[in-house]
Design a protein around this ligand. Structure first.
Ligand code: FMN
Length: 170
């Protein structure tokens, strides 16, 4: 597991090569194996491949431009009437997606949507409009998925920082 964690980097450049359906399925399984508060499993996923829609999504915030280049984008929606810990459940789910993508030789990047503004105004309202997501749902982030077109260094032991750790009391 630590190997995938070391390898996991935010990948923002993707090869145009299509991602195999089996790999997407494994990534979605990893998403659905993620823990949720009260086991509500309130997430739902929109898989976007259409280039026009990807382009629209890439305009949600000033920090999402690479989303248009990923062959598949997984948008994590959350039924806010069903679940009670939107941010936590959706973010943990996103990390499962990210790590299984690495395990499948793919790259991804947590792309913030909630609490963000972009050229079209509130990013979450915009993404919901673009994808026809019902009012009662929330959107924390999008996870673009593709074969990495860049090679970034793995995380290394030099990032381990004893000063961050407190023993018994702060
Ligand atoms: C909550 C959260 C929101 C993020 N939002 C964005 C984003 O909108 N756009 C982006 O390019 N990267 C985003 N990132 C990725 C971070 O910039 C990245 O994780 C950080 O720079 C560390 O790099 P690494 O993931 O390669 O280790 C986000 C990461 C987190 C955890």
């Amino acid at each position: 597991m630590i190997e995938a964690i070391r390898k996991r980097r935010s990948i923002r450049a993707y090869k145009p090569k299509a991602v195999e359906e089996e790999k997407i399925r494994e990534i979605l399984k990893a998403a659905m194996f993620s823990p949720t508060a009260w086991d509500t499993r309130a997430w739902e996923f929109i898989l976007v491949k259409d280039p026009k829609t990807r382009k629209a999504l890439s305009e949600a915030t000033p920090y999402a431009s690479y989303v248009k280049d990923a062959p598949v984008v997984i948008v994590i929606c959350y039924d806010n009437q069903k679940g009670r810990r939107f941010k936590e459940d959706a973010s943990i789910c996103a990390e499962h997606i990210h790590l299984e993508a690495v395990n499948q030789g793919l790259g991804s990047c947590f792309t913030q949507v909630a609490d963000s503004e972009g050229p079209h105004g509130n990013a979450e309202a915009y993404v919901k409009e673009v994808l026809g997501i019902p009012d009662t749902y929330r959107v924390q982030c999008m996870m673009p998925i593709g074969y990495p077109a860049v090679e970034l260094p793995e995380h290394s032991d030099s990032e381990y920082d004893e000063e961050k750790i407190h023993y018994e009391r702060f």
